[in-house]
Design a protein around this ligand. Structure first.
Ligand SMILES: NC(=O)c1ccc[n+]([C@@H]2O[C@H](COP(=O)([O-])OP(=O)(O)OC[C@H]3O[C@@H](n4cnc5c(N)ncnc54)[C@H](O)[C@@H]3O)[C@@H](O)[C@H]2O)c1
Ligand SMILES: O=P(O)(O)OC[C@H](O)CO
Length: 387
């Protein structure tokens, strides 16, 4: 079992304990567990831990569930994190905060928590939630930092909805222009929290994450925020292909503009409640820009194009990312399934083409040939109906 820390403040048995006389102790204290410990998961734990030691409404300790791995020297990753206070594999060189406790036992990691932060690659969430059914405290709140979706027979299912459906808990989302390594060294950035109904809960999440170098805004548009974070990964693949073919800044800007347009159109087609204003938040245009300039999807797609499509995305991901996971290739496939099921490929040429390039059906150069169609009158008109 993972060790415990001694908090600066007296511990209370229940986060909702209101029996003590000390003012600090009568404030409800929320316990946070971060489910995931990759690159962003570790940075999220660091951000959160810097706040839980300061804000009386939270317990100091932040549990971080670690998908256990054995390091090259034979040591367990969770043990190395607790010994060094660093995630030596996914965020080396950055102290997480002494109040972050790595825990490889999923059930143990969540058993005391009433605030769960989900931050794993999207392909693992359903399996994790399955293991958590019946294992979490009543009235637990969740937030998803995961950029991705699932496609079920009945249609797309956003990760926040998957968490809600499988665990019966409310789930907000936090997305934004958030390249983890930059936030790890405390460079200024912004993020957006999307919520469905309960603004107070969303504001509590904002308090947990907000720091002077990480500013968080709150909007009532959970699907819009989550779709921005999810769909921008497909555009990032397109941007990386353009970089790999040395096509220059004008072409990349065109790809980003067409991509943003498709992001907005598909989001509104799938969820008519999605707001235009969400695309001007950090989760929208800002995340699109940062990811197309400096993200992992961009980097691997660039290498793919440079190889002339001879090396696969899987192979390049393993070679270039050291265990970190791409989300854009699988999201492109999931988006393609939605588009083909509904006969919408023609009105989403960029999304469609990215998938066809990823699976080797088209060469990388098709990204500009096909995207040019988006400037055709008929396609613009097609999209315009939905924007
Ligand atoms: N890294 C970033 O800059 C960044 C920023 C914002 C959002 N995100 C999003 O956050 C989410 C998590 O990304 P990340 O960067 O923290 O992870 P990552 O890609 O750095 O690491 C992969 C993680 O998956 C874990 N893993 C591997 N196999 C697993 C399995 N079978 N079951 C469960 N876990 C397994 C690994 O242990 C590791 O913790 C993604 O949706 C990503 O798009 C990432
Ligand atoms: O490195 P990427 O491409 O997974 O993108 C990272 C973040 O989502 C940027 O906000």
């Amino acid at each position: 079992m993972a060790p415990s820390i001694e908090g600066k403040r007296p511990e209370v048995k229940s986060p909702m304990n209101t029996t003590c006389c000390n003012r600090e102790e009568i404030t409800p204290r929320y316990r946070v567990t971060v489910v995931g410990s990759g690159n962003w998961g570790s940075v999220a734990a660091k951000l959160i831990a810097s706040n839980t030691v300061k804000l009386p409404i939270f317990h100091d300790e932040v549990r971080m569930w670690v998908f256990e791995e054995i390091l090259p020297g034979g040591e367990k990753l969770s043990k190395a994190i607790n010994q060094t206070n660093e995630n030596v594999k996914y965020l080396p060189g950055i102290k997480l905060g002494k109040n972050v406790i790595a825990d490889p036992d999923l059930e143990n990691a969540v058993k005391e928590a009433n605030m769960l932060v989900f931050v794993t690659p999207h392909q693992f969430v359903a399996g994790i939630c399955k293991r958590l059914v019946g294992k979490i405290k009543p009235n637990t709140e969740a937030i998803s930092l995961i950029k991705g979706m699932e496609v079920k027979t009945e249609g797309p299912c956003m990760i926040s909805k998957l968490i809600t459906d499988m665990l019966g808990i409310n789930c907000c989302v936090l997305m934004g222009a958030n390249i983890a390594n930059e936030i790890a060294v405390e460079k200024f950035s912004e993020a957006t929290i999307g919520y469905k109904q309960d603004k107070e809960v969303a504001q509590r999440w904002a308090r947990l994450f907000c720091t002077p170098y990480f500013l968080v805004s709150v909007v009532q548009d959970v699907e819009g925020v989550e779709l921005c974070g999810t769909l921008k990964n497909v555009v990032a693949i397109a941007a990386g292909l353009v970089d790999g073919m040395n096509m220059g800044n004008n072409t990349k800007a065109a790809i980003m503009r067409i991509g943003l347009r498709e992001m907005r159109a598909l989001s509104k087609l799938l969820f008519p409640s999605v707001r235009d204003s969400t695309f001007f938040e950090s989760c929208g245009v800002a995340d699109l820009i940062t990811t197309c300039l400096g993200g992992r999807n961009r980097k691997v797609a660039e290498a793919f194009a440079k190889s002339g499509g001879k090396r696969s995305f899987d192979e390049l991901e393993a070679e270039l990312l050291g265990g970190q996971k791409l989300q854009g290739v699988s999201t492109a496939k999931e988006v393609y399934e939605i588009l083909s099921h509904r006969g919408w490929q023609a009105i989403f040429p960029l999304f469609t083409t990215v998938h066809e390039i990823c699976i080797g059906q088209l060469p990388s150069s098709a990204i500009v040939e096909y995207s040019e169609q988006a400037t055709n009158f008929s396609i613009v008109e097609g999209l315009a109906q939905y924007c």
